[in-house]
Write a protein that binds this ligand. Structure first.
Ligand code: CFM
Length: 546
């Protein structure tokens, strides 16, 4: 096996790199993968197409997670006062328990279940004779112990296979309690091609069972929801700090540190700001159709993006005081950020990075790297859809396949009493003419340089090959990739859980990120590593098709 530490190779052409990545595959797999590896043209609206959101070929070691991970882990896991009860074998709970580092604070009411791991702990006899009774008993036990406002039940793979009717159990328990909203998610791991399906299943149920339950008008002049922010490593706390300083009230975050009541009141906000487009854009659409709340895309990763997003929110509300406060906050926060960027840039300028993360961070984090003078030479998503790469304008062209049809699309209509357009058609038009884009997301490809490689659903083999060929100064992905990359001599930063770092959002987060990345790309420690088989290879093999 080659190491990626020495002898920077002569310049490779992107087409050659692509050919090299595909060389070892059997022809059929190579043809399929070829459609998921794109040499970027960086032309807005004319980016060459990339196949995304399709099944991983069996046998390939994907970076993806399962549908249950997307539902329980990603969307519902970050809430703090909803008991998340997993119906399944204990392993599914153990591996979903706090590893994503989404944080909560207990607030004034003290209700906070994030440290708990609730599971029905299914055994073989439950698989054979059915697990409904066990689930019912577990719901009762959680209710008796904690008296929560709400209990969410998550199906794991065996539940779908044996056919436990979790929705009826939930409904019966909700009726029995009277003061606790109980609902279930059919989010079996195999339900979709990735965790993206789980996001959709989770959000549909949140919209159906919780949003709109509390009509009480909350105080605040400039009320927004922040959609698709999950408070990893305290990102959400930093964003909350900035909002407070600006006088912006966040009615509900979906779903970092969120409470049941915040979800229930979300329909009373006046703007939806969408951070992670992939995991929640359809909720923004539904909130607009049902309640009349417009949405804009924001990004609080990177100091410049943060400033830009705050300005967009202020522009929407069109209030002189808010605009002035936002400018004041930016002017107060930026000097520290700029000083830190200047300091690290002496050492980070011109360094290269690769980003392979979920379905929004491989894009969002590029701003932070640009601020440090670093170049992203290859990037991609695990489970994005085509619009996340190329922009929302491709939505009408995306062909639905059997896997996408498997996921319910809610049909939503304007609420009879509560639909209230927040802006008139004319006001929206004027704002658009002034440069505020509604319902728009351009995707990752237009923001990347020409000739960079964009790769969907990168796998273990291709990751190693890519690193060997291109020798980046930093590779960003998740825990499954971490150690194999470090063994190649390249520093590796987890952009899912942030390793033990964060926050990286907002202004203070940017400073944290610069400092940490500076240390990583300028430390040689990984390049001194040699695995035993690199020093002394003893075994070699060929594949059947070779
Ligand atoms: Fe959205 Fe996320 Fe992401 Fe995502 Fe995720 Fe995550 Fe992610 Mo890991 S919701 S798509 S399913 S930004 S857990 S907070 S880091 S893969 S890029």
């Amino acid at each position: 096996m080659a190491t990626a530490t020495k002898n920077k190779l002569v310049q490779w052409e992107p087409a050659d790199i692509k050919a090299e990545l595909l060389k070892k595959y059997p022809p059929k797999v190579a043809r399929k993968r070829a459609k998921q590896i794109m040499i970027n043209e960086a032309l807005q609206n004319e980016t060459p197409s990339l196949t995304a959101n399709v099944r991983t070929t069996p046998g390939i070691i994907t970076m993806r997670g399962c549908t249950y991970a997307g539902c329980k882990g990603v969307i519902m896991g970050p809430t703090r006062d909803i008991v998340n009860l997993v119906h399944g074998p204990i392993g599914c709970s153990f591996y979903a328990w706090l590893t994503r580092r989404n944080q909560t604070d207990a607030g004034t009411d003290g209700e906070n279940y994030i440290n708990y791991c609730f599971s029905t702990d299914m055994q073989e006899q439950d698989i054979i004779f059915g697990g409904e009774k066990k689930l019912q008993a577990a719901i009762q036990e959680a209710y008796d112990l904690f008296h929560p406002k709400s209990i969410a039940i998550f199906a794991t793979c065996p539940v779908g296979l044996i056919g436990d009717d979790i929705h009826t159990v939930a409904k019966n328990m909700k009726e029995k309690f009277g003061d606790c909203n109980v609902y279930a998610f059919s989010c079996e791991g195999y339900k979709g091609v990735s965790q993206s399906a789980g996001h959709h299943i989770a959000n549909n149920q949140v919209f159906r069972h919780i949003v709109g339950e509390n009509d009480e008008v909350k105080p605040g002049r400039f009320k927004i929801n922040l959609l698709g922010e999950y408070n990893i490593g305290g990102d959400g706390f930093e964003i909350d700090r900035i909002f407070k300083k600006c006088g912006i009230t966040c009615i509900s975050t979906f779903s970092g540190n969120a409470t049941y009541d915040q979800f229930a009141s979300a329909h009373t906000a006046d703007l939806n700001a969408v951070m992670c487009h992939r995991s929640i854009n359809y909720v923004a659409d539904m909130l607009e159709v049902k309640y009349g709340i417009p949405w804009i895309k924001v990004n609080f990763i990177g100091a410049e993006s943060t400033a830009k997003s705050l300005r967009k929110i202020a522009q929407y509300f069109d209030d002189k005081n808010l605009i002035a406060t936002v400018e004041k906050v930016i002017a107060e926060e930026m000097p520290d950020v700029e000083a830190a960027a200047t300091e690290v840039k002496q050492r980070t300028d011109g360094k290269t990075a690769m980003l392979f993360v979920g379905a929004s961070r491989a894009h969002h984090y590029q701003g932070l790297f640009n601020e440090m003078g670093m170049k992203v030479i290859s990037a991609g998503y695990e489970f994005a859809h085509q619009d996340d790469y190329e922009g929302r304008q491709v939505l009408p062209n995306i062909k639905l396949d059997a896997d996408s049809r498997n996921i319910e699309e809610l049909v939503v209509e304007a609420d009879e009493t509560r639909y209230k357009p927040r802006k008139s058609e004319e006001e929206l038009k004027t704002l658009e003419e002034d440069g505020l884009d509604f319902k728009r997301y351009d995707g990752l490809a237009p923001d990347m340089d020409k000739g960079t490689l964009i790769i969907d659903d990168l796998n273990q083999y291709e990751a190693e090959k890519l690193v060997e060929i291109m020798k980046p100064d930093l590779f960003c992905a998740g825990i499954k990739e971490k150690y194999s990359i470090q063994k190649l001599g390249i520093p590796m930063k987890q952009l899912h859980s942030y390793d033990s770092g964060g926050p990286y959002a907002g202004f203070k987060g940017a400073v944290n990120f610069y400092e940490e990345i500076d240390r990583l790309v300028n430390s040689k420690v990984w390049s001194y590593m040699k695995a035993p088989w690199q020093k002394d290879p003893q075994l070699s093999a060929t594949y059947g098709w070779e």
